[in-house]
Design a protein around this ligand. Sequence first.
Ligand SMILES: [Fe+2]
Length: 353
Amino acid sequence: MSSRRKTDDQLILHPSHSNDGIDRRGFLKCMAWAGTGIVWTIAAGGIPESRLFAGPRHGKETGKSSGGFDFVQISDSHMGFNKPANTDVAATLQAAVDRINSLDQRPEFIIHTGDLSHQSKAAEFDTMDQILKSAHPKQIFYVPGEHDTSVDDGKQYLERYGKDTKGRGWYSMDHKGVHFVGLVNVMQLEGMGQLGDEQLAWLEDDLRAVSASTPIVVFAHIPLWAIYPEWGWGTKDSEQAFSYLKRFGSITVLNGHIHQVMQKVEGNATFHTAMSTAFPQPAPGSAPSPGPLKVPAEKLRSVLGLANVTYLEKNHSLAVVDSPLATADHSSARLLRESLFHRGLFRSNLNVG
Ligand SMILES: [Fe+2]
């Protein structure tokens, strides 16, 4: 029943430890730095530890025996978008690829969490494919965003990226002891995201054979947690999905769609939304509606970026590093996040003691 994809298994491994002096009490304070890059490590029991992206890594930097590995998440490339919020989305996607290619530790694959295109046009997908060809990890796993499916019901997306998937494009794969699940929650859109009964039945079946000690990474376009339902930033039937996931000791959930970093820790689950490679969106509730947010040109790349995820085999934890395309001026990213703190959204969503 399951659709299992295979990952290449020949890339560089490296260990990493997170012990850089930012404890969980510093969580809220640290989130203000997310635009400059932070590692989040979810240790046993779901307690987050963190360190600055620029901080030193502990342990052997280049060892190959730990069993850990890195992968990168990018999201919301919106190829074809050309409004003032970003008139050159190809250039910023290329900058994201350059950033990936310059990472100290080469990631083993890339996950793209949807909105590859802006209008599902063949030329938009072609441009994205062309740019991503220059990425060093050649293996890329996708899930669709609503911009990839709303024009032709996902026909072209599935033809291009849906090989070996089930239903409307969902699948799972195993990589070095971690079980990855790509879900599609954009096909039945009425405001919020939705997974649908067929996919939920598949998910229950897919997870049945996986042991509770296996780390799980779930990725989908629309957040699988209720960030801001008034703007459709949540998934109607995500609770049903989590009823199948709750027995697992480590669950990491990666989403896109909202074009900004937000995190939540709940029990053994860590939820993370990624920046877009194309344009930022306003903080929840800070504008009349969601949509492209125009920031001064010199600040744009500080609110776009990618997430680098490290898996540490020793304690089955995953660490997420958010990295903007430009680090010279983080004021826009900081302002976005500070507005969230002031509105209490981060505080109310966190379960960090
Ligand atoms: Fe998007």
